[in-house]
Design a protein around this ligand. Sequence first.
Ligand code: GAP
Length: 439
Amino acid sequence: MVDMETIVNLCKVRGFVFQSSEIYGGIGSSYDYGPLGVELKRNVKEAWWRDMVATRDDIVGLDSAIILNPKVWEASGHLEHFTDPLVDCKQCRQRFRADDIEGDRCPVCNGELTEPRQFNTMFKTFIGPVEDEASVAYLRPETCQGIFINFANILQASRKKLPFGVAQIGKSFRNEITPGNFIFRTREFEQMEMEYFVYPGTDEEWFDYWVNERFNWYVKYGIKKENLRLRQHSKEQLSHYSKATTDIEYNYPFGWAELEGIANRTDFDLTAHSKASGKDLTYFDDAKGEHITPYVIEPAAGADRATLVFLLDAYEVETFEKGGKKDKRTVLRFHKDIAPVKAAVMPLLRNRPDLVETAKKLAQDLQKAFPTIYDDTGSIGRLYRRQDEIGTLWCVTVDVQTVEEDNQVTIRDRDTMQQIRMPIEGVKRYLIEQLGKDC
Ligand code: GAP
């Protein structure tokens, strides 16, 4: 398995992810997505949105504000419960999450630790120019509360019948005590959450359905089954709102850890917001002729964490034979929908203007249909290696024969390294067909 250092280096060199504010020495666990990273993460989010919203008639979308009325966080229980137990080392002054530490001494210097105290991990800010208690607000620590407080609006506007869901992708913020492991745990991150409202009594069935759906979603996009597992939370581990939670865990280089959580939030949130706001957040059940408060099943995923998993799982160093010699390449075997670049077009000889012109023209044409790059900055072997390392699905090469004889180009497949030759005018249609194919 690839180690984190290798992935972090590849991400920097190839332009997936950079340390944020690097020229100023960085800032704790903040990252910027580079030219390829932004495409990769967008593909992850688009795949999620497509499967969770666009292709389903029981789920609608929402894009709510990041800064909500602070009463939201009082009612949701976050002001009281969204805390981590914090301990300080009396000797080296480092801070740790108490539940991350084995034993009762500092893991860095073996010094004495303070008693644990609860630290609220919501980011505080102030609305307006006066920084006093009355103007305190919070950056949302989860996207779903925006969904709960809009329940009546969405119900009225969409006329959905139970069971139905509301999905949202957006930034969340947590003042994590111990962020780390690259983009696995950061203080600013993107969530992809869906709240699925169901009849009470059917919640356990729907919970199983969503655990299954979400596990299979990762497999569908190429994550190896053996690197995924399910873990049920024990009673002590459950969040304050949850009746049952199952995590989809991934086998990261640093061990098994959460990738996504699916929770049965019962009617906790709708009831709490209804009580605190005095507004009706019930659903009228036509069949029974009564108002009910739906239960909620929530698959909550992280876009950054999923992006990391797609990178880790795609990474492979492959040895193979070429011309009787052993050769080696690094390849990111991204699923076709996840790969940030679909095709690269290159001239075999960069000092031949006719080859360059033909290749550039083809790249521009392909670009209109899917992300394509033109590259002539090295020998063909080096260009192939570079494209393999960023997971480009196909390399299309324009050679002398193309311009002088047959108007055909070579298409090399990333995974098999097999090459086929076809007329230049058929390339776009062929690649679109390949991209459209179900795997
Ligand atoms: N609304 C429920 C909720 O927020 P969570 O398990 O705390 O549940 C859901 O978060 C997902 O969000 C996690 O499985 C993870 O993928 C992502 N996530 C949470 N905290 C994160 C952090 N500090 N950095 C990156 N991703 C995070």
